[in-house]
Design a protein around this ligand. Structure first.
Ligand code: FMN
Length: 201
């Protein structure tokens, strides 16, 4: 079964956002690792997303439901955010507040592989990847890749293309995402979502 990777861009900056650029390099490496891989980018700016207010998923607007359906359909994810105020963006936070986490119903991220990326104006906030984004996906029961990639403005040239060592890091992230997600697709039943949902509360 072809692996479907969904890249989620937490930047609302019009193209070319730096965050979109790092996602594109990573996705290209994922496709090169396995030409059968299908990739799609969810640009939050293209959807008229509701603010999360605790409604049942089916009560949100058609745009919100369309974005959530992409999450449901994917096997693996790349999640990228610009750093805003020493954190990930409010847009990304709201989007993941909308993603369900119901052990008896929709629980789309459980057991799936997630690669994390961030871009910032400096290196001061690279630990947002480890201290804020990684726990978010721990909450969802997803498997985050050990590698997480952070880019600062020096990693981009005047044309906003990535250059230097960052390119290799992004490519390796793309390959690792495909390798682990493909491995888990064929893993024993123990790793399937219905088993991964077992918990005490
Ligand atoms: C509202 C706002 C807040 C920001 N806060 C930070 C910050 O706290 N730390 C940082 O390193 N960069 C910060 N930046 C810089 C962005 O993270 C950086 O320019 C990023 O690469 C932009 O990505 P984009 O082109 O995909 O939107 C901020 C930018 C904006 C617009």
């Amino acid at each position: 079964m072809a692996l479907k990777i969904l890249a989620i861009n937490g930047s609302l900056t019009p193209p070319p956002s730096r965050t979109r650029v790092v996602l594109d390099v990573t996705l290209a490496a994922a496709r090169a690792a396995d030409p059968a891989v299908e990739t799609e980018v969810l640009e939050l700016r293209d959807y008229d997303l509701d603010f999360c207010d605790g409604r049942a998923p089916e009560q949100y607007s058609p745009d919100t439901q369309a974005a959530l359906a992409l999450v449901e359909a994917a096997d693996a994810y790349l999640v990228a955010t610009p750093i805003y105020r020493a954190s990930y963006t409010g847009a990304l936070k709201n989007f993941f507040d909308l993603v369900p986490n119901d052990p008896n119903g929709q629980d789309p991220l459980r057991g799936k592989v997630v690669g994390l990326l961030a871009t910032g104006g400096s290196d001061h906030h690279y630990l947002v990847l480890e201290h804020q984004l990684r726990p978010l996906f721990g909450f969802f029961g997803a498997q985050t890749l050990a590698r997480a990639v952070y880019a600062n403005p020096k990693d981009f040239n005047a044309a906003k293309q990535v250059e230097g060592k960052l390119v290799g890091e992004l490519e390796q992230l793309g390959r690792e995402l495909v390798a682990l997600a493909s491995f888990l697709q064929q893993a024993p039943a123990t790793f399937r979502p219905e088993h991964l949902r077992i918990r005490r509360n």
